[in-house]
Write a protein that binds this ligand. Sequence first.
Ligand code: EPZ
Length: 422
Amino acid sequence: MISGQKPLYGTVRMASMKNAALPIIFATVLVADRCVIKDLPDVSDINLSLEILTYMGAVCERNGRETIIDTSGIRPDCDIPLDLVNKMRASYYLVGAMLGRYCHAHVGYPGGCDFGTRPIDQHLKGFTALGATAGVKGGYIDADAPHGLYGAHIFFDVVSVGATVNAILAATCAEGLTVIERPSREPHIIALANFLNACGANIMGAGTDSIKIRGVKALHGTPDGEMIPDMIEAGTFMAAVAATGGKVKIENVIPKHVESITAKLIEMGATVEIDEDNETVTVERDPEKPLSRVMVKAVPYPGFPTDMQPQICALTCFAQGTSYVSEGVWDNRFRYVEELIRMGAHIMVEGKTAIIEGANPMRGTLVTAVDLRGGAAVVIAGLAAEGITVIDNIKLIQRGYDDIVGKLKNLGAEIRLVSFPD
Ligand code: EPZ
């Protein structure tokens, strides 16, 4: 429950990046040894992925900032309950990791946010190129390579984070050289490659247009699995400050990762400064000064992230003039728009573009988090709107934001968790 129109002031620290931590957690299956991972975010998707590994026979222990994951005792034929893997998208990284380790994988079809169709043809293409037979049947993804995996040239037809992760996982211990063309260039791909290299892999070029992997016989554990800061959490807080006005120092950010977001917020009238330590950004906006309209197109990294598209759309509801927010990654990532309309926003969605007539009065009401980032969008709208906003279904927000309520409260937001009888 949010009582809106309170400017945000103070300092807030970002957690590690969920979408970088997930591939690394599932990569430990391939490592088949004891790994220590630092600073995993406390969000439900991470806790669920540790639960899945524990079910498979791994030992997972969280000790303060460190999480120990020992996958040496994983059962190769373990049938993970569908209702565990169905709750998240990233569980399909188990296919690449299990195939890489055992030349065999049988994993329930994953779940995740509803953005229209979410095909996995590129994942299957990667596995097949490496010599496996792979397909989907009866609610499961199956991949088998009875004669082993062999390095190959993989050219992806679309830029896919998940397919790039799975190809890296399957190729790391394959025999010979694999070249992945048109991979995702997201920071989490670099984080995964760094982690696997620390475990003895030979992966070069992550973050560029071509990744080269020389297969190694086996990996070993690492005592020092480092995480990277969550650029989407940082972008969400940056947009929140731009929406409410105020001045907030955001710590544990890699400014380069949020460059595309910074550029749009500056266009809209906020100031964004990078501190000398290069790990802190300060966002400021005078609450009395209007925000300007903007045009945004969400595309793969290093462009404006699709995972910030709903939040920037919420922000444009408070800007003067007509803004255009286009989605260039997913078929349908505008389900949250209806929730903003309930609050008074004037938004039309035409194809993959939302056209926002900004600066219409926004007033709090009962809204729903339709998915993770759509939920973050209604939080931003609630923080800047007049009156009380009640957000339902916040478990979807808690999948990816570590203590969002506590962090916003510390910055002066009037926000609290409430429960209503069913
Ligand atoms: C990851 O999903 C993220 N999830 C998503 O973040 C993010 O929106 C997305 O990448 C794009 O950046 C995780 O990291 C867990 P994709 P992923 O494969 O890997 C098409 C969030 O809010 N495609 O890069 O599933 C696909 O339909 C979540 O934290 C194929 O056509 O996304 C889409 O149009 C939501 N065939 C595009 O590629 C395939 O085989 C990008 O999808 C695979 C994908």
